[in-house]
Design a protein around this ligand. Structure first.
Ligand SMILES: Cc1cc2nc3c(=O)[nH]c(=O)nc-3n(C[C@H](O)[C@H](O)[C@H](O)COP(=O)(O)OP(=O)(O)OC[C@H]3O[C@@H](n4cnc5c(N)ncnc54)[C@H](O)[C@@H]3O)c2cc1C
Length: 383
């Protein structure tokens, strides 16, 4: 119980947990080996209303608050962080399409997205760097009623498994920075687009890879937002996904803590349960405390978003704190299982899966810069 989650949200979380326990958790380890995102699960999640429920009903959502998306993200991530990428990418891209897409182009994609029939990736990072995102260079030139795209995006989640990509490219001059970037919706089967897959440390079911654009043509009506305003308008969506990521990774930490508390209460050393040693129980209590607190911060960020209140700093706090905390927590949990924790299995996979979120969607340094800018002002914190 907490002030952010009412009975309806708790009931939704309960339904999502039952589904995730029955349907998502059983394939957790197997999908890490096969590296294939289960499309049948995605479709089921769509049918259950678990994908982007916060979107308006007119575009296929249920008009629920962002906290509803948050509790679903938690429950799916608790079962498999990789699978919860389906929810994350849908909430992030769904918001972008719903707010900035042309209804006749974005509408059909949004329906497929919420029904679990389409997976959309988001492509910002380039080989020359991801942190300095406004400096991106993918070339986008207008030719009549089309845009022509040339260049490379890299480290893109679901690069080779997605059906379409929200792509950020440069329509302005290099010097125009954030004010010369345009966002486009690019179907993955357009001629000239090729894709690769990396051999990732974790999050292997969703995977990452590169996108290579060679004279890829998309109609002008596939633009999201205004020309040259893609960065400024469309990037707003990241505040939402940062809070969701916080909830996802903390849900992984929470299930790891639950399993570890049970283990240390049971397993004996020196004639006592491991939990009798303060070196064990206080370490877990420390992490348990912080995971609880960080979760409340994430819920607070979503609550602020639902009320249209500023929440960029809170979202950035969620994004740097939660992934580090979750990683450190699962690391300690793994150690409490001794050599058994080090074997291939849920705990070591959780640790591998979590690490990616200390980098993906912006590193801790970049998040702290956002917080500093909010507090001290942009002029005082230029980059
Ligand atoms: C699991 C995962 C999933 C991802 N998914 C996507 C995706 O779907 N779409 C997408 O576009 N990208 C994605 N990325 C890429 C990710 O967003 C970038 O890796 C990230 O933004 C950092 O960019 P970079 O790797 O180029 O590192 P760089 O920008 O080269 O930074 C390297 C290091 O320098 C630090 N640094 C850079 N600038 C500063 C500064 N001003 N002050 C202090 N420190 C600084 C960074 O914090 C980092 O530690 C993903 C990455 C991972 C690991």
């Amino acid at each position: 119980m907490n002030p952010y989650l009412d009975d309806d949200l708790l009931a939704l979380a309960e339904t999502a947990r039952r589904y995730a326990t029955d349907r998502v958790a059983p394939g957790f380890l197997e999908r890490d080996r096969t590296r294939v995102l289960d499309r049948a699960l995605m479709k089921e999640m769509g049918e259950m209303g678990f994908i982007a429920p916060e979107l308006p009903e007119s575009v296929g959502g249920q008009g629920l608050g962002r906290l509803a998306a948050g509790v679903i993200h938690e429950e799916i991530a608790r079962a498999d962080l990789s699978i919860s990428y389906i929810n994350l990418l849908a909430s992030l891209n769904g918001q972008i399409l719903a707010e900035h897409g042309k209804p006749e182009v974005a509408g059909p994609w949004l329906k497929r997205l919420t029904q679990g029939q389409a997976l959309l990736a988001i492509a910002l990072t380039e080989p020359r760097g991801g942190s300095d995102a406004a400096n991106l260079r993918l070339r986008v030139e207008r030719q009549g009623d089309h845009y022509v795209i040339n260049g490379e995006k890299t480290s893109i989640s679901a690069a080779d498994q997605c059906d379409a990509v929200v792509v950020f490219g440069r329509t302005g001059t290099v010097d125009s920075g954030a004010h010369g970037v345009t966002a486009l919706l690019v179907p993955a089967d357009v001629p000239g687009l090729t894709r690769s897959r990396f051999d990732c440390h974790g999050q292997r079911a969703i995977g990452r890879g590169s996108l290579f654009f060679e004279n890829v043509r998309v109609p002008v009506d596939h633009r999201l937002g205004d020309e040259n305003r893609g960065f400024v308008q469309v990037m707003q969506g990241f505040d939402f996904s940062r809070a969701l990521i916080g909830l996802q990774v903390l849900a992984v930490a929470r299930i790891a803590l639950e399993e570890t508390w049970a283990h240390v209460a049971e397993r004996q050393a020196f004639g006592k349960p491991l939990a009798a040693f303060q070196g064990v129980s206080h370490t877990l209590a420390d992490h348990d405390t912080q995971v609880e607190a960080a979760r409340l911060l994430c819920l607070q960020a979503l609550w602020l978003k639902d009320r249209g209140a500023p929440h960029s700093a809170e979202a950035a706090m969620c994004k740097w704190w939660a992934p580090k905390l979750a990683y450190d927590t699962v690391h300690q949990c793994l150690l409490m299982f001794g050599h058994g924790g080090y074997d291939r299995g849920p705990m070591e996979q959780r640790l591998r899966d979590l690490l990616g979120f200390q980098i993906g969607d912006g590193t801790a340094q970049i998040m702290k810069t956002i917080i500093a800018r909010t507090r001290a002002g942009r002029a005082a914190v230029p980059a």
